[in-house]
Design a binder for this molecule. Structure first.
Ligand SMILES: C[S@@+](CC[C@H](N)C(=O)[O-])C[C@H]1O[C@@H](n2cnc3c(N)ncnc32)[C@H](O)[C@@H]1O
Length: 361
C-alpha cells in the first residue's frame, strides 16, 4: 500500500498525535509475511490495541499517552518477530485476498456480517436489542403512537435482532431485509427458536423493490455506511417511508475522535487478513461472540464511510425527509450518551458521537 492509500483509509496518520507512532506500527506490520500465523499475529495485535484503547477511555484523564504506549509495545513485539526471521513459523502461506469489483466487495460485506451474526444466541440477542431500542427511543422522548397498527421495514437487518425488537415493542408487521444470504438464513433459523412473527427477505437497500410510501416506520441501523452508494441508500429509505411515518437512520460519525482514528489504523493492520482466521484467532483468546462482532465489525468490512452531520442531513432533505432530529442521547455505552453526560475528554475520545436521526416525510 502506498502512503497515499494508507492516509486515505486513516487520515489521522497524515498528521496529529497518532501519526508518527501509527505509521511506525504500520511499517512493521507490513513486514509480516502473508501466512496463517501472520494473520493470527495481526489479529492479536489488533485485539491488544483495541482493548488498550478501551482501558484508556475508562479513565478520566487524557488517553493519548496510553494509546501511544500500546502502539509502541505492539510495534516492538512485531519487530522482534520480524527480526527472528522465523521462516518455519510463517511457512503456511495463504493467498492474499483480492477485492476488486463492486460485486466482490458486496459479497465480502455480506459474508463478513452473516458469519459474525451466525453464532449469536437467540434469546440474549433479541432481548438485548429490544432493551437497547426501547432505551434509545425513550431517552430521546420518542415513541411512535399506536405502534400496534404500524408496519416496519428494517433495512439492512443483519441477523434480524432489531426486526424482532420492533415486533416485541408491539409493531403490527415487520419486514427485515438484507443482501447477505447467510445473514437472512441465520435470521430465519434463529426466529424458529422463538415464537415471534417477522418476515425476512433478500434485498439491496440501495435499490429496494418496494413501492414508494410502503411502510409506517423505516429503520436503518448501521447499514448504509457499508454500501457502494450511501446517498442513494438514504434516498431509498425515505422513498419507501409513508408520508407522516417515522424514519430512523444510524450512520457512523465524522468527526469521530480517537475512537475512529484507532479503528481506521487497525483497518490498515488487518488489510488482507482472512476473516475466518481473524474470528478463530479471537475465539482462541476466549473472546465472546458479541465482542468478536463488536471488534471486527468496522475493522474488517470493505467499506466504512464516515459522513458529517451536514452531509447526512443534505441527503435526507434531498430525499424529502422533514423534521430531521439528530438524537442527543443513547444507552449508557453509546458515544453520544457519554458526550451528553459530559464525560471528561469526550470529544477527544468520541468526536461528535453516533449520528442517529429520526425524521418524517
Ligand atoms: C453492521 S450490520 C447491521 C445489522 C443490523 N441493522 C443491526 O443493527 O444489527 C450491517 C448490515 O448491512 C448489510 N448490508 C450492507 N450493504 C447492504 C446492501 N447494499 N443491501 C442490503 N444489506 C446490506 C450487511 O449485510 C449487514 O447485515
Amino acid at each position: 500500500m502506498t502512503k497515499e492509500e494508507i492516509e486515505k483509509i486513516a487520515p489521522c496518520l497524515k498528521n496529529g498525535p497518532l501519526s508518527e507512532l501509527g505509521m511506525k506500527l504500520i511499517e512493521e506490520v507490513n513486514q509480516i509475511p502473508k501466512s496463517i500465523s501472520g494473520d493470527v499475529l495481526k489479529t492479536w495485535l489488533t485485539y491488544y490495541i483495541f482493548r488498550a484503547k478501551e482501558e484508556a477511555f475508562k479513565k478520566p484523564g487524557d488517553p493519548t499517552n496510553e494509546i501511544l504506549e500500546s502502539f509502541q509495545k505492539q510495534t516492538e513485539f512485531i519487530k522482534s518477530f520480524n527480526h527472528l526471521d522465523l521462516d518455519l513459523f510463517f511457512t503456511t502461506s495463504i493467498e492474499e485476498k483480492s477485492r476488486q469489483s463492486i460485486e466482490e466487495i458486496e459479497s465480502e460485506t455480506g459474508s463478513h456480517y452473516g458469519n459474525l451474526f451466525k453464532n449469536f444466541d437467540a434469546d440474549k440477542y433479541f432481548n438485548e436489542a429490544t432493551e437497547l431500542l426501547k432505551i434509545r427511543l425513550e431517552r430521546n422522548g420518542i415513541f411512535p403512537d399506536d405502534i400496534s397498527s404500524k408496519t416496519v421495514l428494517d433495512a439492512g437487518c443483519g441477523g434480524g435482532r432489531y426486526s424482532v425488537a420492533w415486533k416485541q415493542l408491539g409493531a403490527q408487521k415487520v419486514t427485515g431485509v438484507d443482501f447477505s444470504k447467510i445473514g437472512i438464513e441465520s435470521a430465519k433459523e434463529r426466529l424458529k427458536t422463538v415464537d415471534i412473527d417477522v418476515h425476512y427477505q433478500i434485498e439491496d437497500v440501495v435499490n429496494l423493490s418496494f413501492e414508494n410510501d410502503s411502510f409506517d416506520i423505516v429503520y436503518s441501523n448501521g447499514v448504509l455506511h457499508h454500501t457502494r452508494d450511501c446517498r442513494k441508500g438514504i434516498l431509498e429509505i425515505v422513498r419507501v417511508l409513508k408520508e407522516g411515518g417515522m424514519g430512523w437512520l444510524y450512520l457512523i460519525e465524522n468527526p469521530g475522535g480517537y475512537f475512529w482514528d484507532i479503528i481506521e489504523i487497525l483497518r490498515i493492520v488487518m488489510q488482507g487478513v482472512d476473516n475466518q482466521i481473524a474470528r478463530e484467532a479471537l475465539k482462541l483468546l476466549n473472546v465472546p461472540t458479541n465482542r468478536i462482532f463488536y471488534i471486527l465489525d468496522h475493522i474488517m468490512v470493505p467499506i466504512n464511510l464516515r459522513w458529517t452531520d451536514e452531509e447526512i442531513q443534505d441527503a435526507l432533505k434531498e430525499g424529502g425527509a422533514k423534521n430531521i432530529q439528530r438524537l442527543k442521547r443513547g444507552v449508557d455505552f453509546d458515544r453520544v450518551e457519554k458526550i451528553y453526560q459530559k464525560e471528561p475528554f469526550a470529544e477527544m475520545k468520541y468526536g461528535v458521537g453516533e449520528h442517529r436521526y429520526v425524521f418524517t416525510k
